[in-house]
Design a protein around this ligand. Structure first.
Ligand code: NAD
Ligand code: UGA
Length: 458
């Protein structure tokens, strides 16, 4: 079959896989190939057991795989054959050298740029899909053109805004698609080519364009703003616990102001996920590098409050359970960093589990999707940890349940049955405020919500 465009994506992760599956699904006239250096990941993308869990993704991949979506490890061939190359490799926080713990580690990114330069035999549009520090496109351009071989490369920024757990919906019906380009005739032409792809299913007013630096920076700032709302509400949850105010009521009252809006105001155990912390720290690093210490301090506060919220959760548990957790059995309901994903990267549950083990508690962890990743995330921790799929089996014989992830299924469990199976006094720490606290209290539990008065029988 003759395809109208050939598209390559380098990096078959949480972003590359679903994003390209959506493009292939919406645009049968394009050939879309996703490549990765990790052969196991590619094998999973070609199997019935996809490497990531996202509601709705299996169906889309099944429809388009082998039709106009292909997964393989031949990066060189992919580069040669494609006109448009998305780069969606990981950009984690640097763990070594200058900027360790703050700056983005661009080694995977740079390797990809060099590989494109070495394999390309004709004009390419290279699209930054990964989240990157502002001005990365300049470095990309310099690497790509350093061979002086007459091949033209146009670099665009097209950050991804999908959230895990709702990736398919976010990709199908995005709030906006942002495309940044050089404002030269070539840059604008390349930008229009990318606009044309998204215009297959996204309405024109939702496809916005900007200069390339604004686009790169907008991605970091979007994540910083979202995380800032969570830290804001979490900071107030601490004050609620001291003053008998109720964080759900405060958040409803504040969020009903249409200037504020009601989303992302759920207090909890702190934000997790692979991106919020790394992107804010990257923003902080860039601000410091530019001599803007006050700005850097302001954004760093968002991460500090997030760490404080996790620590507070542990201290609350310890205080409520008579200042000792040694030998007590604690069941963690959920381990994913949020519901509807199996991803545990930077999940608050990792730190909380580690701290509970330090207190010599025995842990039983249950999660409908994330147990495999939980085992990997906690493999370095030396302690008594069991992984149990069924939440009823997991809770039986425990002293306490701590809700780590807001899976819908937890609210629908039979807590009478769970209470009967637990050691008394039985405690519930609802780190996500998803349970019916009054009802749990009536059943006999001592209930500790987040940002609300505790309900106890003592
Ligand atoms: P990921 O770790 O799931 O996937 C990255 C993939 O790139 C891996 O499979 C890795 O093997 C591959 N890779 C690394 N170097 C490579 C190379 N030289 N050649 C080929 N493949 C290579 O990461 P992710 O979660 O998909 O994130 C990718 C980027 O997108 C990051 O910059 C992230 O900040 C950004 N982002 C992520 C999300 C999200 O929800 N996870 C959302 C928006 C943006
Ligand atoms: C986030 C952004 O929402 C995406 O737009 C962005 O593309 C992505 O980061 C990225 O760049 O990686 P994601 O981390 O997948 O998406 O999930 P979110 O829904 O943002 O949740 C992040 C964390 O905040 C989770 O731990 C969640 O439980 C927590 N959260 C969220 C709260 O504690 N309270 C809320 O009100 C909302």
């Amino acid at each position: 079959m003759n395809f109208k465009k050939t598209i390559l994506c380098i990096g078959a992760g949480y972003v590359g896989g679903p994003t390209m599956a959506m493009i292939a699904y919406k645009c049968p006239q394009y050939k879309v190939t996703v490549v990765d250096i990790n052969p196991e990941r590619i094998a999973l993308w070609n199997s019935d057991d996809l490497p990531i869990y996202e509601p709705g993704l299996d169906e889309i991949v099944k429809t388009v795989r082998g039709r106009n979506l292909f997964f393989n490890t031949d990066i060189e061939k992919g580069i040669k054959e494609s006109e448009i190359i998305f780069v969606s490799v990981n950009t984690p926080t640097k763990t070594y050298g200058t900027g360790a713990g703050m700056a983005a580690d661009l080694q995977y990114w740079e390797k990809t740029a060099r590989q494109i330069r070495e394999s390309a035999e004709s004009h390419k549009i290279v699209v930054e899909k990964s989240t990157l520090p502002v001005k990365t496109a300049l470095a990309m351009e310099r690497i790509l053109t350093s061979m002086n071989n007459g091949i033209r490369f146009d670099v665009l920024s097209n950050p991804e805004f999908l959230a895990e757990g709702s990736a398919v919906k976010d990709l199908e019906d995005p709030d906006r698609i942002l495309i940044g380009s050089r404002e030269t005739p070539d840059g604008l032409k390349a930008r229009d080519e990318l606009v044309e792809i998204y215009a297959n299913w996204v309405s024109g007013e939702r496809i916005i364009t900007s200069n390339i630096w604004s686009s790169e920076l907008s991605k970091l700032v979007s994540n910083a703003f979202l995380a800032q709302r969570i830290s804001s509400i979490n900071s107030i949850s601490a004050l609620c616990e001291k003053t008998d105010a109720n964080i759900t009521e405060v958040s409803r009252a504040v969020g009903m102001d249409s200037r504020v809006g009601n989303k992302f105001l759920n207090a909890g155990i702190g934000f997790g996920g692979s991106c919020f912390k790394k992107d804010i720290l990257n923003l902080v690093y860039i601000c410091r590098f530019q001599g803007l210490d006050e700005v850097a301090d302001y954004w760093e506060g968002v991460v500090k409050i997030n760490d404080y919220q996790k620590e507070r959760f542990i201290l609350n548990m310890l205080g409520a359970m008579f200042n000792t957790l040694a030998g007590k059995k604690i069941c963690l309901f959920g381990f994913a960093f949020k519901a509807n994903t199996g991803d545990t990267r930077e999940s608050p549950a990792i730190l909380i589990a580690g701290r509970l083990v330090e207190e010599k508690a025995d842990l039983i962890i249950t999660d409908p999707q994330a147990l495999k990743n939980a085992m990997i995330a906690l493999s370095d921790i030396n302690g008594q940890i069991n992984y149990v799929e069924d939440p009823y089996d997991a809770a039986a014989g425990c002293d306490a349940i701590a809700v780590m992830t807001e899976w819908d299924m937890y609210a629908g469990l039979d807590f009478e049955k769970i209470y009967k199976s637990m050691t008394k006094p039985a405690f519930i720490f609802d780190g996500r405020n998803i349970l019916d606290h009054e009802k749990l209290f009536e059943i006999g539990f001592n209930v500790y919500p987040t940002g609300k008065p505790a309900l106890t029988h003592f």
